[in-house]
Design a protein around this ligand. Structure first.
Ligand code: PLP
Length: 375
C-alpha cells in the first residue's frame, strides 16, 4: 500500500485551468464579436462551421443552439413525426430520448452492451416494425457505438441513422469520424463537453446536401426566404460569441483528447487487477474519454468514501431512461433492460480532464485502492 498524501480536493472537472491556458486568445476573440455587434449566426458562425466540417471530415456543419436542438433538428429533418418509432439506448443523457418524444414520436429502448455501455447492435433487429423510422445510437463517454452493425440494419430496413455524438467529438470508428458515419451527426458544445463553449451550443453534421439545406431552414423557424415559412421550424441558431470561443478551442482539441487518453491509460495501468470493471476500448475505436467510468456493485459506498476524501465523482446516469417518471406511459418496467439498469447502479465517473495533475490522479487511485482493501 503506497502512502497517501494529506487531504486534498480533486474536482471532477476544472474549467478554470483550461481558460487560464488560453485566456488571451479567448478574450480577444470574444471582444472581436462584441466589436462586430453581429451576435447570431453570421461570419463567426460560418467560419466555425467550416472548421468543424474540416475537423470531422464531413461536407456540411450547421451550428445550432444546443446539442438537444441538434438532435431535435436532425429528427425533424429526417421526417420523424407523430407516431413514428425511433430506436435508441436508455443509458444516455435525457436529451437523446426527450427530443424523440418532443416530436410526438416514440423512443424504443434497446439494451446496452455492458462492455462499452453503448447500444447492443445484436438486439436492434427485434425492435424494428412498420412504424420504425430511425436508429439513434449514442457514442457514450467518447467511444463510438458499433456502427457497422447499426448501419447495416438501417440499410436493410430503410431507416435513417442519427448519431448522438454529443460526447464524442474527435472520436474515430474504423478510420471515420464520429458524427460522419450515419445520415446525420449531432454535437453538443455544452461547457463541460470536450469542446465546450461559454454557454449553450451545438451542431448538426451531414454529408447529405438536401438534409443540410433543410436543417438550415428548420433552425430559423422553417423560413426561406425570411418571413416566408414552408415548414414549422424552431429558433435553433448558434450565437457568434460561442462560435468565436469554440473556434479558438478547436485548435487545441486534438492535444486535449490526447491528454485525456494518457490520463485514462494512467488510471488503467494502476487500477487493473482490482475487483472493479474498467472502461474497455474496442480495438477499432479511438476513444476521446469524455468520461472515465468504472463499475462496481459497491458503487454508492465507494462514491461516499471518495467524497469524504475530497474527491468528486459523478454518476452518468443514475436512472435509465425507460424507468424515468415522464416515460411511464411507454410501459417499461424494472427488469426489462437489465444491463442498462445494472449500469445505472454500478457505474462511477472518475475525475478526468486534460489539466488534471498526476498528483491528483495518484490521490484518486490510492484512495480507490484503500477503499477496496478495507472491504
Ligand atoms: C450533453 C448531451 C446532450 C445534450 O446536449 P446539450 O448541449 O446539453 O443540449 C445530448 N446527448 C448526450 C449524450 C449528451 O451528453
Amino acid at each position: 500500500m503506497e502512502a497517501i498524501t494529506s487531504f486534498m480536493k480533486v474536482s471532477s472537472l476544472d474549467l478554470k485551468r483550461q481558460y487560464e491556458s488560453i485566456r488571451e486568445e479567448i478574450n480577444k476573440a470574444v471582444l472581436e464579436v462584441v466589436a462586430s455587434q453581429s451576435f447570431v449566426l453570421g461570419p463567426f458562425v460560418e467560419s466555425f462551421e467550416d472548421s468543424i466540417a474540416q475537423f470531422c471530415c464531413i461536407r456540411h456543419a450547421v451550428g445550432v443552439s444546443s446539442g438537444t436542438d441538434a438532435i431535435l433538428l436532425a429528427l425533424m429533418a429526417c421526417g420523424v413525426k407523430n407516431g413514428d418509432e425511433v430506436i435508441t439506448t436508455p443509458f444516455t443523457f435525457f436529451a437523446t430520448a426527450g427530443s424523440i418524444a418532443r416530436l410526438g414520436a416514440v423512443p424504443v429502448f434497446v439494451d446496452i452492451d455492458p462492455a462499452t455501455y453503448n447500444i447492443d447492435g445484436s438486439k436492434i433487429s427485434t425492435a424494428i416494425n412498420k412504424k420504425t423510422k430511425a436508429i439513434l445510437p449514442v457514442h457514450l463517454y467518447g467511444q463510438c457505438a458499433n456502427m457497422d452493425v447499426i448501419l447495416e440494419i438501417a440499410r436493410a430496413n430503410g431507416l435513417m441513422v442519427i448519431e448522438d455524438a454529443a460526447q464524442a467529438i474527435g472520436a474515430v470508428y474504423k478510420g471515420r469520424n464520429a458524427g460522419s458515419l450515419g445520415h446525420v451527426g449531432c454535437f453538443s458544445f455544452y461547457p463541460t463537453k470536450n469542446l465546450g463553449g461559454y454557454g449553450d451550443g451545438g451542431l448538426v453534421a451531414t454529408n447529405d446536401d438536401k438534409l443540410a439545406e433543410f436543417i438550415k431552414i428548420l433552425r430559423v423557424h422553417g423560413s426561406k426566404p425570411k418571413y416566408y415559412h414552408s415548414y414549422i421550424g424552431i429558433n435553433g441558431r448558434l450565437d457568434a460569441i460561442q462560435a468565436a470561443v469554440l473556434s479558438v478551442k478547436l485548435k487545441y482539441l486534438n492535444s486535449w483528447s490526447e491528454k485525456r487518453r494518457l490520463i485514462a491509460a494512467y488510471y488503467h495501468e494502476r487500477l487493473k487487477g482490482l475487483p472493479i470493471r474498467l472502461p474497455k476500448i474496442e480495438s477499432h475505436n479511438v476513444h476521446i474519454f469524455h468520461q472515465y467510468v468504472i463499475a462496481t456493485p459497491k458503487r454508492d459506498a465507494l462514491m461516499k468514501y471518495l467524497e469524504r476524501q475530497g474527491i468528486e465523482t459523478a454518476i452518468y446516469y443514475p436512472v435509465p431512461l425507460h424507468l424515468q417518471k415522464c416515460f411511464e406511459y411507454l410501459g417499461y418496467k424494472c427488469g426489462d433492460l437489465p444491463e442498462s439498469e445494472r449500469a445505472s447502479l454500478e457505474t462511477l465517473a472518475l475525475p478526468i480532464f486534460p489539466e488534471i495533475t498526476q498528483k491528483e490522479q495518484d490521490y484518486v487511485i490510492s484512495h480507490i485502492k484503500k477503499f477496496i482493501s478495507g472491504q
